[in-house]
Structures are given as structure tokens and as C-alpha cells.
Design a protein around this ligand. Structure first.
Ligand code: ADP
Length: 241
């Protein structure tokens, strides 16, 4: 049975890692796009370490705003529980603030953002003003039929964003984070029912974002159905190219 450690054991060779770190022109402003459960979070945690990037997971950032129970948080909560995306202007503003964090100085991985065409256009406007742009968009391609098992088996360590899976990546001790020993949680929207809505929204609103970036020639397709270590190898290959 696979465990999180297999990520490390089966990780790509040291040569690739070194090459990756020393690459003179690494892609630094990266977007991971894919349906819920496609492995964006899992890969982000690996790639951000190797690349010294920050990982901005929109879902986590918005959930923190919700937890603060401000009027803004309550509005976002209503949207999230229905499986919808947040209002575009609001989400872009929150992400723009997040990108100013010192940990994003070397670049960022946007995970779950932009989720709509309007968000992508607004993001480009912001980056243009800063005379930067998105370097690469990784399209985590996967069949819908695989996602239900991944989502309903997902357990999360909330403060670090580490994810586990009851079958594919179980923690050493059931329900407990390997590193801190703290309890793991399941997300409220990680049910088969809400997943259906989230997938509908993904196909309708987020797939056009992939097309938008394809026209800019920055999209690379990642076969996300493969085991985690193979997906990591593919992601590294694309980011080095
Ligand atoms: P996303 O961030 O795209 O929603 P996650 O990275 O959280 O997806 O992955 C969803 C679930 O599937 C998690 O429980 C994770 O442990 C598991 N998982 C991630 N990548 C793979 C993979 N390549 N094969 C099998 N299970 C995976």
C-alpha cells in the first residue's frame, strides 16, 4: 500500500532535482489548473519546496477568510457550500494581496486560481502593470470518473495543507498528521454530491481558462491519472523545458 513516503522514495533522480534547482531560466509564475482531486495540492507542496516558490491555494485562503466570520467571510461561505466559485472581483483582490507576501518574492504557484475567464483577464492586467506574466499553466488532465474516490478518501492537515488519502496515501497513524501528530480533517465539500456540482462548475467556467492560456502558448498537459511520483516527474520536466 502506498504511503506519503513513497513520494520521496520514488521521486525523480537527484540529477533532475539539481538541474531543476540550477536551471537558469526556471518558470516562476505558475498556474496549476485541474478539477478537484486532480492532485494540484499534492504536487504544489513538492514543487514549492524544490523551487522556493510560494503556494497560493485559493480554497485555503478563502476558507481562512470564512473562518474569520466577517461579512465578507459569510458571503464567501454561502458560495463555497453550494460548490460555486467566489465573486470574481473579490477573489482577484484577495489573491492579489496574497501574491505580495514576501514568501512569493521568487514566484508563485497558483492552485485553484484563476477559476473563471474574468479572473484570468483581471490577473493578467495586474501582472502587466508589474511588467510580469504567467510563465506556465499546467493542465492536470484527468477523467471525472476517477475523482470521486480521490475526493471522498481525502484527509487534510489544515495548517500545513498536507493531504492524505485513505487508500492512495494513508498517514502512518489513522486520522493523524505524520509530521505534527495533529488530527486530520475532512472538508465539508469533499462529498460525492458536492463534487458533482464542483465538476460541473469546473467544466463550464474553468475549462475556458485553459483555452485562454493555450492561445498564449503557455499550457502544458499533465497526465494526472498516474501515480503521484510519475506526476511529479512530468511536472518537473515541463517546468524545466
Ligand atoms: P486537488 O488539490 O487538485 O484538489 P489533491 O492534491 O488534494 O487534489 O488530491 C486529492 C486526493 O487524491 C488526496 O487525498 C491525495 O492524497 C490523492 N492524490 C493526489 N494525487 C494522487 C495521484 N496521482 N494518485 C492517487 N491519489 C492521489
Amino acid at each position: 500500500m502506498a504511503s506519503n513516503n513513497t513520494f520521496l522514495v520514488n521521486a525523480p533522480s537527484l540529477d533532475i532535482m539539481t538541474e531543476f534547482k540550477c536551471s537558469s531560466k526556471p518558470h516562476k509564475r505558475i498556474i496549476f489548473i485541474g478539477p478537484p482531486g486532480s492532485g494540484k495540492g499534492t504536487q504544489s507542496l513538492i514543487i514549492k519546496e524544490k523551487y522556493g516558490l510560494c503556494h497560493l491555494a485559493t480554497g485555503d485562503i478563502l476558507r481562512a477568510v470564512v473562518a474569520a466570520k466577517t461579512p465578507l467571510g459569510i458571503k464567501i461561505k454561502e458560495n463555497m457550500e453550494k460548490g460555486k466559485v467566489g465573486p470574481d472581483d473579490l477573489v482577484v483582490e484577495i489573491m492579489n494581496e496574497a501574491m505580495k507576501k514576501p514568501s512569493c518574492e521568487n514566484g508563485f504557484i497558483l492552485d485553484g486560481f484563476p477559476r473563471t475567464l474574468a479572473q484570468a483577464q483581471k490577473l493578467d492586467e495586474i501582472l502587466e502593470k508589474q511588467r510580469t506574466k504567467i510563465d506556465k499553466v499546467l493542465d492536470f488532465a484527468i477523467d471525472d470518473s476517477i475523482l470521486e474516490e480521490r475526493i471522498t478518501g481525502r484527509w487534510i492537515h489544515a495548517s500545513s495543507g498536507r493531504t492524505y488519502h485513505t487508500k492512495f496515501a494513508p498517514p502512518k497513524v489513522h486520522g493523524v498528521d505524520d509530521v505534527t501528530g495533529e488530527p486530520l480533517i475532512q472538508r465539508k465539500d469533499d462529498t460525492a454530491e458536492v463534487l458533482k456540482l464542483r465538476l460541473e462548475v469546473f467544466h463550464r467556467q474553468t475549462e475556458p481558462v485553459i483555452e485562454y492560456y493555450k492561445k498564449k502558448g503557455v499550457v502544458a498537459k499533465i497526465p494526472a491519472e498516474n501515480p503521484p511520483n510519475e506526476v511529479t516527474a512530468e511536472v518537473l520536466k515541463v517546468l524545466l523545458s
